[in-house]
Design a protein around this ligand. Structure first.
Ligand code: ADP
Ligand code: ZN
Ligand code: ZN
Length: 733
């Protein structure tokens, strides 16, 4: 018998399947990790197939040395998934495999943690035994007494309490026997009490709509505070009753410890958690619990979609619109695609949940690809907080040049008088800096694309990231001739120092990338903040997510427009999502929260819809624009990114690939909407120059076009420069 083996050579370009002989003494299954000779080394590999015959000449075949674990670590489902991913994303086999197996397991550095447990021999007459002990051996007498109430105990504890010699004597005398057991390093979770709640009529309707748990996709569109988590938990319960397993994905688990706490409170030890914040040992143990079927519910961030659960009964993706569900570095993948694959393989439902679904997902509910379930009101019947739009240009005209509007300061004063808390939110995404006239609000836009231009400081030029066209940086406003031109944006530190000046006696906390570097950074800040009333929390996107702040009366959105002037077609959608999410943080307990939304562009349709919580209205408007401008979901955007230290090589490769793609564009001329090669907006990252080719084409011949692009790009893969393809990339930076 022969095995096809993928060798696991870290950071190597080896991406081939090798045949090995299976020694007769070795009983091997597909999916097992094996040790094989490779060149003059001995390395690990994975058996992806077992077969009767090999096409390789017998004298060239080497034998597998041994099986590493004696059980498969890769399920048959994952082997299928590997093939799917390789084809869909044009990635290496071994890169896909690496996603399926936690790195701690592969590296072999982490060992199973064991414990020695002492058991009291039940057949011994303890009274008789006590008479054989020497009178002054207090440790032994005490140990004996202790064992009467603790018939099994960790040996280490006994050693410490009663001395190792006493324990050893008892072992020798056959009073104690010792067993070695595996123990789990279980990740700490927030202690949450399981609240038994009676479902609302809406929740009930949503749950009952998912009949038979068949292979179907649902969108649970529920406003913030509508009780989506409860719906997820009820569905998971049903799945467990059917003896099946469940995956619940959240965008970033360190930001939402509550979800995990809730699940553990309800389902106990059958819940495993996978995310990057775990220690290596914890991750290893959780992963093994899943593989051994000791955990049946997996909660985690994106990578938990690869959890080796058998017999999946449901996949739930909470906050489905979040961009963190897409892996943007090698291996690139979209969590939704993987979920779709596993859904089909296991014939189970896939539930997407959000208060602000992505336009693409919501569009699928209209085309009936996805069934829509709605939770239109908050569980506690509390009204959504009022969103007030403040025009920052008129603030400037009225002599207020600070970052805070008078409205916001007034509302904060009132809020602190009531001993409530406030959030000040800064809309920070990417690095974009646009140019704006602070007199009339004019934003420099591309004459061809109507996309906001990006200011490139190094060249002092404005550039369009869609077509590459360049413009002179503004010195005066073309509309009103004012020279009051600004670029860039304020940061969290500036907000903190300015607001402290106005409210010197209020406690202020800051939450951003800088203040949350260490492991429990988020939680520590949130816990501290929760202790103080009144207090202000200043933060970026991080404070927008999921937290159940109960004492927040006012939320100030300092610069709502930031994400609006991103150069990508999703910028309006992202702005809508952010406003809704941040607003959801106010008035959670007693209702009546206030949102102050500061903008230089108060007439933009996104603010009108967002301030009324009108998702459907927003969707209608947005989908119309996408349709007329031919953007996704009505087309596909593809980017080929070429990076390397040597700029002339990057530019040369870009030209070559571009020439070849032009040929495809000719053959599919009806489908191509856009094709252009340019430097990336981020021209250099970590000393590597970045060039890109951007394409946009219709859905008609999508898969043919993508396949042909892959074929071209693959010809350049073994060169020095790195070349890869992204489909519908989240950002074009
Ligand atoms: P969402 O995720 O939709 O924003 P959550 O799941 O966070 O909403 O629910 C908000 C709050 O309502 C939570 O504290 C939750 O425990 C509570 N809750 C959920 N369902 C019910 C119910 N049927 N009755 C009472 N409280 C509920
Ligand atoms: Zn102007
Ligand atoms: Zn343009």
């Amino acid at each position: 018998m022969f095995a096809e083996v993928i060798v696991d050579v870290l950071s190597s370009e080896v991406d081939k399947v090798f045949d090995y002989k299976i020694p007769e003494s070795l009983l091997l299954q597909t999916g097992e990790r094996v040790v094989v000779p490779f060149g003059n080394r001995v390395i690990e590999g994975y058996v992806i197939n077992i077969k009767q015959k090999s096409k390789v000449a017998p004298e060239k075949l080497k034998s597998i040395i041994k099986s590493k674990d004696n059980f498969p670590t890769i399920l048959p489902e994952m082997l299928e998934l590997m093939k799917y991913m390789v084809k869909k994303y044009d990635i290496k086999l071994v890169d896909a495999l690496r996603l399926f197996i936690v790195s701690e397991f592969r590296a072999g550095k982490i060992k199973t943690l064991t414990q020695k447990i002492c058991y009291l021999n039940q057949n011994v007459d303890l009274e008789a035994y006590s008479k054989t002990l020497r009178k002054n051996s207090f440790n032994q007498f005490e140990l004996l007494t202790y064992l009467k109430t603790h018939p099994s105990e960790n040996q280490a504890i006994l050693n410490e309490k009663f001395s190792a010699s006493a324990v050893n004597k008892f072992k020798k005398d056959n009073i104690l026997c010792v067993k070695t057991i595996d123990v789990n390093r279980s990740p700490s979770t927030m202690e949450v009490e399981d609240k038994a709640v009676a479902l609302t009529a809406e929740q009930n309707r949503a749950i009952n709509a998912i009949k038979n748990f068949e292979n179907k996709t649902y969108l649970l569109h529920g406003v913030t505070g509508s009780g989506k988590t409860e719906v997820y938990m009820r569905l998971i319960k049903k799945v467990l009753q059917m003896e099946k397993t469940a995956i619940l994905l959240v965008p970033e688990i360190s930001l939402t410890p509550q979800v995990l706490g809730n699940l553990k409170a309800r389902f106990g030890a059958t819940v495993a958690v996978l995310h990057s914040g775990l220690s290596a040992g914890e991750k290893y143990d959780e992963w093994k619990r899943i593989l051994n079927c000791n955990a049946k519910v997996v909660v985690g961030a994106r990578s938990a979609i690869f959890a080796p659960l058998k017999n999946l009964g449901i996949i739930i993706i909470d906050e489905e619109h979040e961009s963190s569900y897409n892996s943007e570095s090698n291996p690139r993948y979209k969590t939704f695609d993987i979920a779709k694959f596993r859904q089909t393989y296991n014939k189970c439902p896939l539930v997407l949940g959000s208060a602000t679904p992505s336009v693409e997902t919501y569009y699928k509910t209209q085309t009936k690809e996805i069934e829509l379930l709605e939770l239109p009101i908050r569980v506690n019947q509390k009204e959504m907080p009022k969103i007030q739009i403040v025009d920052m240009l008129s603030e400037i005209h009225n002599g207020n040049g600070s970052i805070f509007s008078n409205q916001l300061i007034n509302d904060l004063q009132e809020c602190f008088a009531q001993k409530k808390q406030a959030l000040l939110f800064l809309n920070r995404r990417g690095f974009t800096s646009f140019m704006r006239c602070n007199e009339c609000g004019y934003i420099a836009k591309c004459t061809d694309c109507d996309a906001p231009l990006v200011y490139h400081k190094d060249e002092e030029k404005l550039k369009c990231h869609y077509c590459g066209k360049r413009f002179k940086a503004l010195t005066a406003c073309p509309e009103c001739k004012s020279t009051y031109i600004r670029q860039g944006a304020v940061g969290t530190q500036k907000v903190v120092s300015d607001i402290q000046e106005i409210f010197p006696n209020i406690k202020i906390f800051r939450m951003d990338n800088d203040t949350t570097r260490n492991k429990n950074g988020h939680q520590t800040i949130l816990e501290e903040f929760a202790k103080h009333k009144p207090a202000i929390l200043v933060g970026t996107q991080m404070i927008a997510k999921g937290h159940d702040f109960s004492e927040v009366g006012v939320v100030g959105i300092i610069d709502a427009d930031q994400s609006l002037y991103q150069t990508d077609y999703k910028s309006t959608e992202k702005t809508f999502q952010l406003i809704t999410q941040v607003s959801g943080r106010a008035g959670r307990k007693d209702g009546g929260g206030k949102i102050v939304l500061q903008t230089y562009n108060p007439k933009h349709y996104v603010y009108k819809f967002a301030s009324n919580y009108n998702y459907k209205g927003f969707f209608e408007k947005e989908i119309n624009i996408r349709e007329t401008t031919n953007f996704p979901p009505f087309s596909t955007i593809l980017r080929v990114l070429i990076t390397y230290e040597n700029e002339s090589l990057v530019s040369e490769i870009t030209k070559e690939i571009f020439a070849l793609i032009k040929q495809i564009a000719k053959n599919f001329s009806k489908d191509f909407l856009f094709l252009e090669a340019m430097k990336s907006p981020h021209t250099k990252i970590k000393n590597k120059f970045r060039y890109q080719i951007l394409l946009r084409f219709t859905k008609t011949n999508e898969s043919d076009i993508i396949e042909q692009i892959y074929n071209i790009v693959n010809k350049f893969k073994n060169k020095k420069a790195s070349v890869f393809v992204e489909i519908d990339p989240q950002n074009l930076g």
